[in-house]
Design a protein around this ligand. Structure first.
Ligand SMILES: C[S@@+](CC[C@H](N)C(=O)[O-])C[C@H]1O[C@@H](n2cnc3c(N)ncnc32)[C@H](O)[C@@H]1O
Length: 412
């Protein structure tokens, strides 16, 4: 098949109506489900194993489940992995409904005093939550945490994380948490009502409906809070890998989810947060001393650009770029290792502009893949989806203007 044939198949997938479960939880940089759906239908059969080693909130995993394929997901962000698990776990609605009724009754009967309850890890919590909302949230969270361990409890914790932003002062329209002018104005005029329990009820009811459309099948899904540069041993012999890795210094993924991660105890202090953030591929977080060691990537054009950035006094960006490609070399090496012979990899990636230097990331990925025994069988442009608008603005300010992504297909 040629590029245009693959593109046609992908475009056709874009017209298919998707499972509501994809909207379970916000996540920035989400794949459009059409990409994994197209890849899965084109390159695999039922029962095959699929991997997304930068799985984020689990779009690939959910599409695999929908199409009765087994899937592995890996992401550094434990909250993303948790959301991916919740989104792919089928639970009979009746069971959830019973627990929901009990949870509501427990909350109503809960006369405990929450004003002295320990706050979750959240820098400046009083800036992000009104006092009464924080107390209601502490009560709600406590009652969910007291449910028996298991998938129903996780479902409610997932709902808690998903609705949290809507009852905070962080504007849900913004990628990064921020108490916007818009929200401040609404608050000053008394036009915003925050009702924690009523909002949670709406959030739960909507998500119980999503659960209903999740198919009942034998497809297994396993998501790991782990590193794509060194994949867990259990992952092997996969037939297809679908990924959209981070872009060079694109989005500070962890920062976008910091409030939710604190409330769900995935991070308990600043040190844990910084340690995790330093490991993100594409990170801009370096110690000053790190900037003195800039490793070659072995990619001729990249090393030349890195040298240029350094010579222009831009040590930090030189480090960001070289580290990014060295990390992606490890990640692509790992993908190749766990892929079956004959298996495919579908990558969505965008080029970047760093301090005026255009970096053709997609071409470098092809070079790296070749070094790892992968044949590039297709490479075509895919225009941004309307839904990625918010992301587009962020990408523009960080890494230069991009108005299309690249879809790369490899075969081992
Ligand atoms: C573009 S997002 C993927 C979004 C995902 N496809 C979805 O639909 O939600 C890139 C992801 O890479 C993850 N990531 C960054 N560095 C990583 C690493 N070293 N190992 C695993 N995941 C990493 C980030 O946490 C982020 O979730």
């Amino acid at each position: 098949m040629k590029n245009k044939d693959y593109k046609k198949l992908l475009d056709k997938e874009k017209t298919v109506k998707r499972n509501g479960m994809h909207s379970f939880h916000r996540y920035f940089g989400k794949l459009i489900p059409a990409i994994p759906a197209f890849a899965i239908k084109t390159f695999t059969k039922e029962g095959d194993y699929i991997l997304d080693s930068f799985c984020g909130s689990g779009t690939t995993l959910l599409e695999a489940k929908n199409l009765n394929r087994n899937a592995f997901g890996v992401d550094l962000n434990p909250l993303a992995v948790f959301v991916a698990k919740v989104k792919t776990t089928k639970i009979p609605k009746e069971k959830v409904k019973r627990v929901w009724e009990k949870l509501q009754a427990d909350i109503k009967a809960d006369g405990r005093n929450y004003s002295n309850e320990k706050d979750p890890y959240c820098v400046n919590i009083d800036h992000w939550f009104k006092d009464f909302a924080k107390n209601d949230l502490l009560k709600l969270r406590k009652n969910i945490l007291e449910l028996p361990k298991g998938e129903i409890k996780d479902f409610f914790l997932g709902c808690f994380s998903a609705f949290l932003r809507g009852v905070s002062n962080a504007d849900p329209r913004h990628v990064f948490p921020g108490y916007s002018k818009r929200l401040r104005k609404l608050d000053a005029e008394g036009k915003r009502t925050i009702d924690v329990f009523a909002s949670f009820e709406r959030a739960v009811k909507k998500r119980m409906e999503y659960l209903e459309v999740l198919p009942e099948n034998n497809a297994k899904t396993k998501a790991f809070a782990s590193d794509s540069r060194s994949l867990p041993k259990e992952i092997k012999n996969v037939s297809l890998i679908v990924v959209n890795p981070p872009y060079i210094s694109s989005i500070r993924y962890l920062e976008t989810m910091k409030i939710e991660m604190g409330w769900l105890s995935f991070i308990q202090n600043q040190k844990e947060y910084l340690t995790l953030d330093k490991r993100v591929v594409g990170t801009e977080r370096f110690y000053k001393s790190d900037l003195e060691v800039i490793d070659q990537t072995g990619l001729f054009a990249v090393d030349r650009q890195v040298k240029k950035l350094r010579e222009a006094g831009n040590k930090k960006m030189a480090k960001v770029v070289s580290q990014y490609f060295n990390d992606m070399k490890k990640s692509i090496g790992e993908m190749s290792r766990v892929l079956k012979k004959g298996g495919h990899i579908v990558v969505k990636i965008s080029d970047s502009t760093v301090r005026g230097e255009k970096i053709e990331t997609h071409k470098h990925f092809i070079e790296i893949a070749k070094e790892n025994g992968l044949k590039n069988i297709a490479c075509f442009k895919d225009s941004f989806d309307e839904n990625s608008r918010s992301l587009l603005t962020t990408r523009n300010s960080y890494s230069g203007i991009m108005n299309h992504d690249w879809i790369l297909i490899f075969q081992k």
